[in-house]
Design a protein around this ligand. Structure first.
Ligand code: GPW
Length: 831
């Protein structure tokens, strides 16, 4: 029988667990034959990548199975991170790092004549997120596993992730991201744990056997959710947690009905509609679109996940009353906020729980992270749309709202205005459900993602909720994983650091502080500079190959890489570029610190102004890069298709990190942390986490400019007139006039008019007000860069003082203050 086979023998025989170089090579060749069905003469790079991926996956499976067994036995308290986005980036390299076999495998592949870099390049990254919010979820999964916290990520397995970006004639063009077309070796489908979700229809009211008045939901559509699991291994630990993503399918029973009635096409249509739900990621960042399909996606993954959690609870023989003891659910913004209502519905309608108990469980289960202050990003759903998709949920929301407003009335008597402001329903015009209000009421904890952001939430966007529930609010400053964004992507710098202070900084980033003892060590400085130079040279090669632009690795690499949005102000950097260009044109012999301006990022497909800014970058680049007067002193590069893979090449190569959003607009930022960790200096405003980064690295090591949040509010309140700055600042006027004249658009003075007109007449993001301060600060940057010893010193201090911004620290804060969850040690027991 199976039991008779010695477990140890099974491991040895299978080649599937050994981590020495010889076993890894043998396993790799086995997989090439038996999984890919190829031998070397016919194998493609993809075959080799797949063979290696399966070799790594086998090592993960052993840890994954042991982890699941341990959690099941112990009935461990578990974090469920609910997120509409997980921007994981490629798995292969990260898993090699976390398994501790990167160097062996690199060498093993080299012995077979293969380049590990090339194999990694072959992986299609799962781009199931837009930007910061989705990448934060991915960093948090890495830290949760590294800290041995039992956890599950729950989300949607979009068939098409964030679009691929092409540039044609300087404009962004979108292509669908077919990330699954070559197969995904990292996931395992679990059809046996499929669940059904309901949509649409109406509710019916009845009196149950005990005489209680009850509701039942009669849907007009049923959809099946199928879970696909990906193991998330921690760094140097046996813990491998699970990312569980749901795919929508039509249930067979459904096509059956139409099929029997002879309506074949109707059945196929039904199937197509159902499967649309997980078809594509909405490509909006920091803005909500209000489309029915989006609400359907949100409800779909949330309902699947909650049902899955109830199954897990039952599987461990725990009563439903313990739901909030078994699980802590974090809502990644309001995208999964419908959970609050869905859990109430499951407890009350499916499990006959009474309202009070269901509410206690529900609000003790959920905690809500807010990620934005932008009004256009605050989700609200027209009542009509909401009620037609989720009729039972709308009833429950009315009930939650009534009870909530009763509480408000008690705490703040005779304050009708406050009740109107706080209601879960916006009744000022067309009626809407306010998702942030639902999340606040239904959660026991609410947090912002940087100190300034949390403060502004309390003072402004969520002020009424702060006054109602001050105890619910805490700050949880974002963090990033040093495994992917240092050890994997900047191996040379990581090895230099380890050679000086040992390798425990990788799990305890605060230890980087020990680097301070070497800031004035000439040998260390030389090494530090050499490595930065090496990364810049590699990026220069990439730019040569992809953009056909030659850039000088000795020039200052000035980089802004992030989603395109007016509040992030990529066009403020453009005004700087045009200003430098104008100075050269006015005085061709002027001395200018040579700079390479590098941009990367996608614009939402429907965001015209963001797309126009991309076009302007490319237009300015076309002129500046070819002008003989410039003589290589300035280069402007737009790197297309910015994604995690490209980000990993970019951070190590940056000298200067642009974090120049209007104060009070960027909730936190996380790219700012990744750049500084890799030794870039920051030019930035007092916005988001920049404030804390500056505090940590010291004001003398940070290039600060611009208005403060308060000054911005003040100017706005007192009638800001951008045109006044245009008329009083000669360099600003010249830069704007050059763009407006058609100088960068072959004489076409219309092309950039929408942008120019907006800046002159609105400028809601205060570019003109910050222009002079920005230019002066950039002049200082240029001066400091000429003193390489000083610059290097600042660079070392920046990296050395980034300890706070590890996602491990963020996760420890969440565990202690919100989730109340402890680590669980996993031991390897079987294969
Ligand atoms: F609008 N963020 C994002 F708050 O990347 F939902 N996408 C989004 O849709 C939203 C926020 C949302 C970002 C913030 O803009 C950024 O400042 C922050 O660092 C990041 O979320 C992670 O907290």
């Amino acid at each position: 029988s199976l039991d008779a086979i010695d477990l140890q023998d099974r491991c040895e025989l299978s080649n599937r667990t050994g981590m020495d170089s010889e076993t890894l090579k043998r396993a790799f060749l086995n997989n090439l034959f038996y999984v890919q069905g190829k031998f070397p003469a016919l194998a493609t790079t993809n075959d080799y990548y797949m063979a290696l991926a399966y070799t790594v996956r086998d090592r993960l499976l052993q840890r994954w199975i042991n982890t699941a067994a341990t959690y099941t036995e112990l009935g461990s308290r578990t974090v469920a991170y609910f997120s509409a986005e997980f921007l994981m980036g490629p798995h292969l390299g990260n898993n090699l790092i976390n398994l501790g076999i990167y160097d062996q495998v690199e060498q093993g592949m080299a012995e077979l004549g293969l380049s590990l870099d090339e194999l990694q390049e072959e992986e299609e990254e799962p781009g199931l997120g837009n930007g910061g919010l989705g990448r934060l979820a991915a960093c948090y999964l890495d830290s949760l596993a590294t800290l041995d916290i039992p956890s599950l990520g729950y989300g949607i397995r979009y068939e098409f992730g964030i679009f691929d970006q092409d540039i044609r004639d300087g404009w962004q063009v979108e292509r669908t991201d077919k990330w699954l077309s070559a197969g995904n070796p990292w996931e395992i489908a679990r059809p046996e744990w499929s669940v059904e979700i309901k949509l649409g229809g109406h509710t019916e009211h009845y009196t149950d056997d005990h005489g209680n008045y009850r509701s039942r939901w009669v849907p007009d559509q049923v959809v099946k959710g199928i879970p696909y699991d990906t193991p998330i291994l921690g760094y140097q630990t046996n813990t491998a947690n699970t990312l569980r993503l749901w795919t929508a399918e039509a249930p067979e029973s459904f096509d059956f009905r139409s099929f029997n009635s002879g309506d074949y096409l109707g059945a196929v249509y039904e199937k197509m509609i159902s499967e649309n739900i997980s078809k594509v990621l909405y490509p909006n960042d920091d803005s909500s679109q209000g489309k029915q399909l989006r609400l359907t996606q949100q409800f779909f993954f949330v309902s699947c996940s909650l049902q899955d959690m109830i199954r897990i609870l039952h599987g461990q023989n725990l009563p439903l009353e313990n739901f909030h003891k078994k699980f802590a659910v974090q809502l990644n913004d309001t995208h999964p906020a419908i959970s609050v209502v869905e859990l109430m519905r499951l407890l009350i309608d499916h499990h006959q729980m009474d309202w009070e108990q269901a509410w206690t469980i529900t609000h003790q289960t959920f905690a809500y992270t807010n990620h934005t202050l932008l009004p256009e990003a605050l989700e609200r759903w027209p009542i009509e749309l909401f009620g037609s998709l989720l009729p039972r949920h709308l009833e429950l929301i009315y009930e939650i709202n009534q009870r909530f407003l009763d509480e408000v009335r008690i705490k703040f008597p005779d304050d009708e205005e406050r009740m109107i402001r706080m209601s879960l329903i916006d009744e000022s015009g067309e009626r809407y459900v306010r998702m942030a209000h639902l999340a606040c009421v239904g959660s026991h904890a609410i947090n912002g993602v940087a100190a300034l952001h949390t403060e502004l939430l309390q003072k402004d966007v969520l002020r009424d909720f702060y006054e109602m529930y001050p105890h619910k609010f805490t700050n949880k400053t974002n963090g990033v994983t040093p495994r992917r964004f240092m050890v994997l992507s900047n191996s040379q710098l990581s090895k230099l650091i380890t050679s000086k202070i040992g390798d425990s900084w990788i799990k305890n980033l605060k230890e980087l502080q020990q680097l301070e003892q070497f800031v004035d060590d000439a040998g260390f400085q030389v090494e530090w500079r050499r490595i930065k130079q090496h990364s810049k040279t590699e990026l220069a090669t990439y730019i040569q190959n992809n953009n056909n632009i030659t850039v000088d690795p000795d020039s200052l690499f000035d980089i802004q890489a992030k989603r395109f949005h007016e509040y992030k102000r990529q066009h403020l950097s453009l005004l700087h570029i045009v200003t430098l260009y104008n100075r050269i044109k006015a005085n061709p012999d002027i001395e200018i610190t040579p700079r390479t301006f590098i941009f990367g990022g996608k614009a939402a497909p429907g965001y015209f102004m963001a797309k126009l800014i991309i076009k302007l970058i490319n237009s300015v680049g076309n002129v500046v890069n070819r002008d003989p007067d410039v003589r290589g002193r300035l280069k402007v590069v737009f790197l297309k298709d910015y994604n995690v893979k490209l980000a990993q090449r970019i951070y190590p190569a940056a000298d200067l990190s642009e974090q120049i959003s209007t104060a009070g607009k960027e909730a936190s930022g996380t790219g700012n942390m990744k750049f500084a960790l890799n030794g870039a200096l920051t030019i930035g405003t007092l916005d988001g986490a920049n404030v804390e980064i500056r505090e940590e690295v010291g004001e003398e090591n940070f290039f600060l400019f611009g208005l403060t949040t308060e000054e911005v509010y003040h100017k706005r309140a007192h009638g800001y007139r951008s045109r006044d700055y245009y008329h009083t600042n000669a360099e600003l006027k010249l830069a704007i006039d050059r763009i407006a004249s058609g100088f960068f658009s072959q004489g076409d003075a219309e092309l950039f008019r929408p942008l120019v007109d907006d800046l002159l007449n609105q400028d809601q993001y205060f570019l003109f007000a910050d222009y002079a301060s920005y230019i002066a600060c950039q002049d200082q940057v240029a001066a400091v860069y000429k003193d390489q010893t000083k610059w290097t010193r600042m660079s070392i201090l920046n990296a050395a003082r980034m300890g706070k911004f590890s996602s491990d620290r963020s996760i420890e804060d969440y565990c202690r203050d919100i989730w109340k969850v402890e680590p669980v040690n996993v031991e390897l027991r079987q294969c």
